[in-house]
Each structure stands twice: as C-alpha cells, then as structure tokens.
Design a protein around this ligand. Sequence first.
Ligand SMILES: Cc1cc2nc3c(=O)[nH]c(=O)nc-3n(C[C@H](O)[C@H](O)[C@H](O)COP(=O)(O)OP(=O)(O)OC[C@H]3O[C@@H](n4cnc5c(N)ncnc54)[C@H](O)[C@@H]3O)c2cc1C
Length: 399
Amino acid sequence: MDAELLIVGAGPAGTATASFLAALAPALAARTLVVDQDEFPRDKVCAGAIGQRAEARLAAIGVAPEVPGVPVRALAVRAGGRELRVREDAVIGRVVRRCDFDTALLEAARARGVAVRTGVRVTGLRRRPGSIEVATSAGALSARVVVGADGVGSAVRRALGLPKGRFRAQAVEVDTPDDGSLAPDELRFDLSDRRIAGYAWDFPTLVAGRRMIGRGLYRLGREAAGGVGAAAGGDGSWPDLAALLRERLQALGVATGGLAVRRFAERGLCPSEPCARPGVLLVGEAAGIDPVLGEGIAQAVLYGEVAARYLAPRILGGDTDFADWPAALARTRLGLDLRVRARALGVVYGVRTRPFVERWLTRSHALARAGARYFAGRPVPRTWLARAVLDAGAAALLR
Ligand SMILES: Cc1cc2nc3c(=O)[nH]c(=O)nc-3n(C[C@H](O)[C@H](O)[C@H](O)COP(=O)(O)OP(=O)(O)OC[C@H]3O[C@@H](n4cnc5c(N)ncnc54)[C@H](O)[C@@H]3O)c2cc1C
C-alpha cells in the first residue's frame, strides 16, 4: 500500500483536508499522500477573493499562509442603475494570487508530515478488496481511502461514474490597470447585465506586487440556468462570455487591446447528486461549491475541515464505506450554506424574481452588512437579519 489516504489534487480542498487531518490525527499524516498533476508553484484561474471565515479556521490549526494579498473591508453591489456599498471597520477577507496561496497551503501540509508528489496525473481508479488502485501518469498507486480534491474537471469524479453536475458554470477574467475606479479594499459585484444568469466582478488584486483590478464574468451553464428557470441568455441567445467581458470593459472605459482573457469552468454543489462511493469521497469543487457566485476558495478550505473530521475516526476505525458522506456534509454549517445557496439560485437568477433580488440587494444595507460579516465569519446581529427581511418586503412592493 502506497498510502492509507491518497488525496488527489493539491488545491485548497486537498491541502486543507491533509492539514486538518494532520491536526486531528497526527499519526495519519505520515500515512497520507497528496498528488497533483501540476508542479508547484502553479497558477489557477481565479479572482482570489477569500473570506476571513476560512482563514480563521486555518489559523485555528496553525496554518497562516503568509502571502501577498489585498485586504478587503468593503462590498459593493450594482444592479438596475443603483449601487449599494458597505464598509466594515475590520478586514473581512483578502484577495490573493492563487499561485502563492495554494503553494503556501501545500507547504503547510508538507510541514505536518504529509507526503506530496507533484507532476502526477490521476487517470483512473479501480476498487480492489480492501484498497483502491489509482492509475496515474507515474504508474499505479494503491491506498485504503481516496479523496478526490481535483477540482472542476475531477478525474476521480469521472472514474466513479458520477454525473458532471447540474450546476456547472463558466467564468472569464482579466487583470486590468488600476484606474482608481474601485476603492482599494472593495469587492464589487455587478448584476446589471440580465443577458447572463450570473454577474460581473471587479476585485482589487496584486500582480507581481503591482496594484491592478481583476475583472470578470460568472455565468451559469445552459443546463443549470435552464434547470432553475434562470435568465439563460435572457432573450434566449447565448453570447460568448469573453465577448461580453470585453463589451463591459469598453463600457467602463478600460482599454481591451492586449488583455489576456482567462476562462475556466466552475461546478456548484447540487445537493441531490452523489459525491461518494465506498472508499472514495469528493471534496471542494470536485464535489461542488457555491453555485450562485462561484465562490469556492473558502468552501474548499471548509470542505477540508469537514472531511477531516469525518474521515479521521472512520479511517482509524476501518469503516470506509462513506455512504453517509453527503448526509454528514449536509449536517455541517458548510453543507447548510451550500444547500441554501443551491435553493437561492432560482430566485437570484430567475427571470421573474431577479428584478426583486436586484432591488433588495441594492437597497438593503442590513443585508449587505450581514453578507460582509458572514464572509468574514463574524457573528451577524439578529436585528440586521430582521431588518433585511423587512427590506425584502419593501423591495417586493417596489416596482
Ligand atoms: C475565473 C474564476 C474566478 C474565481 N474567483 C473566485 C474568487 O474570487 N473567490 C473564490 O472563493 N472562488 C473563486 N473561484 C472558484 C475557485 O477558484 C475554486 O472553487 C477553488 O479553486 C476550488 O478549490 P479546489 O481545491 O476544490 O480545486 P482546485 O483549486 O481547482 O484544485 C484542484 C487541483 O487538482 C489538480 N488536479 C486536477 N486534475 C487532476 C488529476 N487528474 N490528477 C492530479 N491532480 C489533478 C489540479 O492541478 C489542482 O491543483 C473562481 C473560479 C474561476 C474559474
């Protein structure tokens, strides 16, 4: 046996699973192997905004990725010609470059005794009595348990014969010069373009130490958009996402010549879809992240903590059936969060309900402040929630 536990994928879901397991059951760390197809440092197409709530959980086990980042204190929402901005006194998150952040998380797992092999691509799995045989570009590996943390294109998910997932999405992004149009510590979400079941973002970022603005578009895929009754292309058309991003940049007065648009898929968690088989379970984007905004870094880290708590007693006790992994996930705060977001999808992007959501999001300070606090992982006063509900009523009455 090459490892008791083989984690496929060294993104935040895989490395967080390894580090949380090492914290909970140090003996397991020495029997854990993380493999990734890439050599590190490696980049990941991502806007890099991570809520303080995930970094706080990492800090609780002594993992504090010391990488450059832009601290975030403010959120802005735009839609229907209005903009609402809220600002917290304290930092609520930061924008990191995934190249730095993921490498720091990988090194933290390695420092806890976890073995790491990079440049090893997993191509298939086969169940054997008492073990899983994993086919890789570097030959076969065997392990008692496999965690698929290999992201949106998950080979582990494919090998298990699981569907690609209903809530798939596309995102495009580009780093643009800092023209002063965005507060240096603000994340802006722009739902103005109803042609897409999704939104645009403007996030401050650091590229090789230089301040820039990362701008992008997130759009649900046809199946997801159709499935939730969302405005799939609005008028039924399905414009190219990169072309829509260029159009938005031009409207903002940003020169588009020479900008390299990066494109990547995303997968939101559809709670009714399976994400485990005997001896193998999925975490992070391999399982599914937030389908509404495509937020997945914090979720990947939190998946790591939840999976480690789930796995440690089962691996040590020899119970590796994992049939109850989806139910165990659903009982956690992360599972609740993802379920609520999956439910909210049809309301946020639904053709008939979206105008109401836009009115609510751009008028309710209480809702936006609650969102900022939630992102940060700090308690949200009940009075704010009550106020946000009242604001929803007011938004529903407004025309
Ligand atoms: C354009 C864009 C912008 C985004 N912006 C944000 C944002 O601002 N904030 C946010 O929270 N989320 C954002 N996301 C989502 C976020 O990037 C992902 O949800 C997050 O990276 C998921 O983490 P993960 O560890 O599950 O998977 P990943 O980070 O994708 O890591 C998976 C790892 O598995 C490896 N791997 C894949 N296949 C194999 C294989 N066959 N064998 C071995 N290794 C393999 C990969 O090399 C990779 O290292 C964005 C996504 C996109 C596309």
